[in-house]
Design a protein around this ligand. Sequence first.
Ligand SMILES: NC(=O)c1ccc[n+]([C@@H]2O[C@H](COP(=O)([O-])OP(=O)(O)OC[C@H]3O[C@@H](n4cnc5c(N)ncnc54)[C@H](O)[C@@H]3O)[C@@H](O)[C@H]2O)c1
Length: 297
Amino acid sequence: MKDFMSKVAVITGAGSGMGRYLAVLLAKSGCDVVICDIDEDSLSGTAAMLKNYNVAVSSHRLDVADEESIKALPEKVIAQHGKVDLVFNNAGVTVDSDFSNMPESDWDKVMGVNLHGVINMTRAFLPYLRERPEAAVVNTSSIFGMIAVPRQSVYHATKFAVRGFTESLVKEMKGTSVQVHCVHPGHIGTNILSSAKVNPSADNDGRRGMFARPDATHEEQGEAFRQNGMHASKAAQVILDGVRKRRSRIFIGMDAKLTDLAQRLTPMHYDKLLPFIFLPLVLLRNKKGLKDLPAEP
Ligand SMILES: NC(=O)c1ccc[n+]([C@@H]2O[C@H](COP(=O)([O-])OP(=O)(O)OC[C@H]3O[C@@H](n4cnc5c(N)ncnc54)[C@H](O)[C@@H]3O)[C@@H](O)[C@H]2O)c1
């Protein structure tokens, strides 16, 4: 797919982070956008940013863990926009928790959003995408779909599964009009960590995930995560460049590329290399967003 002009794109998790900037950059390229999120306030923030562009926008409060709502979405999109060309399965959440200390409800929630949401959206939209002369499914996994760290067992379970699901679909859709992409972001400065539920560690030693300073509050951790990652608008641009170039596997950031290399070189010991990959990049990273985009409301 060379460009997005006059196409229609559905984006989940469009109220924040990469989903919000996918919507803005697609609208900037002349693409109509269908923005979906569970959070209505953040969704209206994205809708406000889209007012700068001369494209059709529709906004849907959608819980991607709710299969029935997903089943109903394609007809609503067709009624409002007449067609659908691209689906970005971007919505995602995490829980910061030891597996042994995680309530089953936390496990089910992350599985519902990150994995079943992606599968159900793909199932619902694929028949419509196959009718188009060119179309794309873009599923967001993570660099955590390549490597594993402690306290992210459910996130890894979903992101490894999204990668497996998507790579199989890439092969099944070869030779059709539907291109399929799996996205593996490194550290992007979004709200994902501040939105995450944190469960105390099983042995109560206050241990938290790889980005955590033991003395910082959850709010401080979330803010540090936002400040130190790549700007979400740049990440969105990398995703769209990957779709234009038909890259089935899209890595975002040098951290993601080096981490993938580290796990290939030393599959059982890559974790020892991670501080040497992530920490220098935090210092070197240019965290400014792309120019010429509307300010966030
Ligand atoms: N930020 C990173 O460093 C990073 C790294 C790797 C992968 N990812 C993945 O990138 C994707 C986008 O995340 P982000 O970093 O922009 O996070 P974000 O928290 O800024 O945005 C995620 C959006 O998803 C929405 N959402 C949550 N639950 C939902 C549900 N049930 N239904 C619909 N929408 C829901 C949230 O309201 C939010 O607007 C996620 O799949 C995430 O796992 C992020």
